[in-house]
Design a protein around this ligand. Structure first.
Ligand SMILES: Cc1cc2nc3c(=O)[nH]c(=O)nc-3n(C[C@H](O)[C@H](O)[C@H](O)COP(=O)(O)OP(=O)(O)OC[C@H]3O[C@@H](n4cnc5c(N)ncnc54)[C@H](O)[C@@H]3O)c2cc1C
Length: 425
């Protein structure tokens, strides 16, 4: 199995307890769900609440994929500006998608509240920061579009943004008041707890190795036995293996890495004092935020090279911190990790019906907390009779899928080169 590094800092800093449970087949279920991340667990929670018997099958542990490794920025909608989403999706689905996913953070925070999920939730927004004057022009355009739609976003000039983020390294920013931050593993485990409370079964450490149509049922074959299900939802996303032919070819897999410092105490108080999360406009994106314990987390595209004490990535991080927060001085790192992201050719997610009663939402392009939660809810609606035309995205089959270019290695080389350059200059 690849990627055997640490799952993440969140894996041990999350207050919500991990849940592990061996597999035992329980006759015929309404829905078998493959993958214990936001998509799978939200499908299970919403499905169980609607009276479906749901069984989640996770190959490793809850939150093993992107869900337990991410930066924890609960952002609204997609990376793409709303006008681009509307142009790509058309007049029916475009505005519906933007509205539904624009409300995503509100819905995520309502679940956190309802189920009392302990995940360091903050609701003070996130900041998209301009790494260059051109980046600021791009943010001006996004600001105008969101304002036209009546959404609560503020364009921040250079001085304003410097005060909010604790450095004058950026040229301005866009503050989105709908957004916030969480401990993503905490949220994921909380969803698992809520799903079990609603009646769903969750099995961990069990890999699904085959899906076979058997009359009106699906035979879900695992490495530990077989389960029968009326419907199957794959929530495997960037961690999709060979389970379904060609599914892992509809996206390009890239890595994203994170480093967390040890708690910095009051010396870091000037960094994002409002506790927002931040990412920048650079095509090779950079992000930072603090956690509830005063650690600074920073990261970018690519894999971790080395570990918290030595190697390229910690040199990159030291250089970045010295450049943007010189007053911090030397810092020590506590944890490093990376995870996989599924990028689609047009940067839009997909919902595929792979065969009758076999669905997968996939390709979140690095924005999955709200997307996975909302698609999980949509899957539960679909399986309890919602007309598919009312979904936020049209359902397609794999025959319409364009194969994503196999460029993971090329990207990886470019991202590592970026770490090398920025660890020097
Ligand atoms: C480093 C990083 C930073 C990110 N930052 C953010 C962010 O700040 N905000 C944001 O919104 N999004 C972010 N994302 C994206 C987000 O994490 C993902 O889009 C999201 O987690 C996808 O959730 P998921 O449930 O669909 O899939 P995943 O969480 O990836 O879960 C897939 C699961 O399927 C399991 N699986 C795969 N195959 C099988 C099988 N055959 N049998 C059983 N189980 C199987 C895997 O073990 C895995 O646990 C980031 C991603 C990364 C990697």
């Amino acid at each position: 199995m690849e990627d055997r590094g640490p799952v993440s800092l969140w894996n041990y800093s999350a207050v919500e307890a991990d849940y592990q449970n061996g597999f035992s087949a329980d006759g015929v279920v309404d829905v078998a769900i493959v993958g214990g991340g936001f998509t799978g667990l939200s499908t299970a929670l919403h499905g169980a609440q609607k009276g479906l018997s749901c069984h989640v099958l996770e190959a490793e542990q809850i939150g093993y994929g992107g869900s337990g490794r991410n930066c924890g920025l609960v952002n609204a909608a997609l990376w793409l500006p709303p006008q681009t989403v509307r142009d790509k999706l058309g007049e029916t689905y475009g505005p519906r998608f933007i509205k539904c996913f624009g409300n995503g953070p509100e819905y995520v925070f309502s679940l956190i509240e309802k189920h009392q999920i302990q995940c360091e939730a903050t609701r003070t927004g996130t900041i998209h920061a301009a790494h260059s004057p051109k980046g600021f022009t791009e943010l001006e355009g996004r600001h105008a579009e969101w304002k036209r739609l009546g959404e609560p976003v503020d364009l921040l000039g250079r001085h304003e943004v410097s005060a909010m983020i604790g450095t004058d390294a950026f040229f301005g920013g866009l503050l989105d008041h709908r957004a916030g931050t969480i401990n993503p593993m905490g949220y994921c485990r909380g969803l698992a707890r809520a799903a079990r409370g609603a009646g769903a079964t969750i099995s961990t450490g069990v890999r699904v190795v085959g899906l076979v149509k058997d009359g009106s049922l699906w035979r879900v074959e695992t490495d530990q036995g077989t389960l029968s299900a009326k419907a199957v939802v794959l929530g495997t996303n960037a961690y999709t293996d060979d389970l379904w032919p060609d599914l892992n070819r509809v996206f390009t897999m890239i890595h994203y890495f994170q480093l967390a410092t040890k708690p910095l105490g009051s010396s870091a108080d000037q960094i994002l004092p409002g506790k927002q999360g931040l990412w920048d406009t650079n095509p090779i994106m950079f992000n930072y935020r603090r956690d509830a314990f005063g650690r600074l987390l920073i990261g970018s595209m690519g894999k971790i090279v080395g570990n918290a004490d030595f190697g390229l990535s910690q040199r990159w991080a030291r250089k970045r911190i010295a450049k943007i927060f010189p007053a911090l001085g030397e810092v020590e790192f506590e944890e490093t990790w990376h995870g996989k992201i599924a990028m689609t050719p047009d940067h839009l997610p997909r919902v595929y019906e792979l065969e009758e009663n076999l669905f997968t939402p996939i390709g979140y392009n690095g924005r999955g907390i709200t997307t996975g939660t909302m698609f999980g809810q949509a899957m539960a609606d679909l399986l309890t009779g919602m007309d598919p035309v009312d979904l936020p995205l049209p359902i397609t089959d794999l025959s319409t899928a364009r194969h994503a270019p196999i460029m993971s290695r090329l990207y990886q080389t470019a991202f590592t080169a970026n770490q090398v350059i920025k660890s020097i200059f």
